[in-house]
Write a protein that binds this ligand. Structure first.
Ligand code: SF4
Length: 228
């Protein structure tokens, strides 16, 4: 019986080449996406934490519609912690996976009150101790709400980093550490936001628009479907 082989070519990764590539592509990405930042609306770290939890498997636009209402109703961690779980579920239902999300928001809020004096903590270690908060969510909060250097590896960051040869890993934590080694720390947050925007606009999952990509000259996957 013939053995089925994958047509997908192996991503090549060389750390020094990847670092050189970042030097070439970053000025172009920065110019292309001068206002790269999170598309989620928030006014404080708690709102950012809640919005990020809600954004799992949901569009930022939908999350913004939902948070424009719920942030008027629940103004503090105490409001979320004491709210009836069924009410939270109903308020966030349209973001999907609402039962898990509601439980995580309520439980995380309880921990924020009991262990962090009602304030969202500002370290990775403390953030990931909150129920339902993983490294990706913690990095979003650290980068966007606290202005700390942070690389949030969402689906776009993973896909583009691999295509651009900045990492051969698809595991988000390993990929985050690869990027941390080759990116200057001062651009960690903004670089990941620029990759997200580029992934949404040009380097889409199924059919990247390499013809109109301003960084195609430096991209090892340009016009190579076997590397997508
Ligand atoms: S050249 Fe193509 S594969 Fe590479 S980043 Fe641009 S759109 Fe994506």
């Amino acid at each position: 019986m013939a053995v089925k082989t994958s047509k997908k070519a192996k991503i090549k990764f060389d750390k020094s080449e990847a670092a050189m590539r970042v030097k070439k592509i970053w000025p172009i990405l920065k110019k292309t996406y001068p206002d790269a930042k999170s598309a989620l609306n928030f006014k404080d770290p708690l709102q950012m934490l809640i919005a990020t939890i809600l954004s799992a498997q949901c569009t930022d636009a939908r999350v913004n519609i939902v948070t424009s209402n719920v942030f008027k109703k629940y103004k503090s961690a105490a409001d979320w912690a004491k709210a009836d779980l069924k009410h939270i579920e109903s308020d966030i239902r349209s973001t999907g996976f609402y039962r898990n999300k509601a439980a995580n928001i309520k439980n995380a809020s309880k921990v924020i009150i009991e262990q962090f004096d009602g304030k969202v903590p500002d370290t990775m270690e403390e953030l990931v101790s909150l129920p339902g908060v993983g490294r990706k969510t913690a990095n979003v909060v650290l980068g966007s709400a606290f202005g700390r250097p942070a690389i949030a590896c969402d689906t776009h960051v993973i896909r583009l980093s691999r295509r651009l040869g900045l990492s051969a890993n698809s595991d988000p934590v390993k990929l985050e550490f690869d990027l941390a080694e080759i990116l200057p720390k001062r651009i960690w947050t903004v670089f990941s936001h620029a990759l997200i925007l580029h992934g949404r606009a040009i380097c889409k999952a199924r059919k990247p628009d390499c013809d109109n990509c301003p960084i195609s000259k430096y991209c090892p996957a340009a016009f190579k479907p076997d590397l997508w």
